[in-house]
Design a binder for this molecule. Sequence first.
Ligand SMILES: Nc1ncnc2c1ncn2[C@@H]1O[C@H](COP(=O)(O)OP(=O)(O)O)[C@@H](O)[C@H]1O
Ligand code: SF4
Ligand SMILES: [Mg+2]
Length: 335
Amino acid sequence: MRSQHDLLLKVENLETSFDLGSRVVKAVNGVSFTVKKGKTLGVVGESGCGKSVTAHTILQLLPRLGKINAGHITYYGKEEAVVLNRLERNGRKMRSIRGKEIGMIFQDPMASLNPVYTIGNQICEALLQHDAMSKKEAADRAVEMLSLLGIPSARARLKDYPHQFSGGMKQRVMIAMAMVCNPKLLIADEPTTALDVTIQAQILELMKDVQKKYDTSVILITHNMGIVSDMADEVAVMYMGKIVEFGTVEQVLSRPQHPYTRALLRSVPVLGIRRNMRLETIRGSTPDPSEMPEGCAFAPRCDFATDRCRSAPPQTDEGQGHLVRCWNLEEVRKG
Ligand SMILES: Nc1ncnc2c1ncn2[C@@H]1O[C@H](COP(=O)(O)OP(=O)(O)O)[C@@H](O)[C@H]1O
Ligand code: SF4
Ligand SMILES: [Mg+2]
């Protein structure tokens, strides 16, 4: 068992579902992981596997139909650990750390930026709300953050409105806004997916610089394995609401054990890793999340599936912090 002093966040057994009347979607189905101080955890998996709902569950910012059925979160960023053991929507304890201790960036900046307020107003708002700062101090801090994120003439741009910024610049503003209170954890959900590749790379580099400067931990959600290999220290691979593999980047990307991770890596080009391999698509498609199979959810698509896989959910096999949820690891390693 790892000592707790290098941990910033421990998430245990999150379960979140959407009751859609005719069916219940188990979007997050027993997710546990840890985030270390100053480190980046990459969360990867195909669209719909539950990455965003996991982030929203942690932040307790779920849409109306979302319900947290179970889960336990411990935040070690304060002198005394903050324990959230009855998770709900918009719970009081989380409200006290969200925004200040935990910053967040989502894929679509327009969903988070208010078109009728200036950028300066929006960045300073968090500072004035959480820190006892004068307006002048807040503006200076906003300029510092915008400059760090490579926004030219930052002071003059405080007076501009969101529509006066390009897509890439808006995303930089979002990062500045999320980082301005110097949070200990940043949750970034597909922060650059909507941008073109060159701008993506620039923004991720800037994010890395700011993270290093402030020693921020990051949960980086992406479906892009290349971004994970560039940015993350540890990786969680999600499939149908569960983490099927967890470990260091080296363990998961260079020595993947779970058949799903292996298939995922075969299906995407990852710079520097297995550069010459032929790309394949993963056979079959993700099952309907409201009809969760009894056993391993990957069984219908897995070349190694046996009767046991189809009837009982696989236990986690843990070696040196490398967690793999699969019944047939020996066969997979041979095969
Ligand atoms: N507001 C919602 N109402 C109903 N179902 C939802 C809602 N948000 C997400 N889901 C379902 O939860 C599952 C996980 O979604 P999500 O976390 O957004 O996936 P990802 O971010 O990995 O692409 C999906 O099956 C999705 O359809
Ligand atoms: S438990 Fe069985 S079906 Fe699931 S990934 Fe492992 S071998 Fe494949
Ligand atoms: Mg998502």
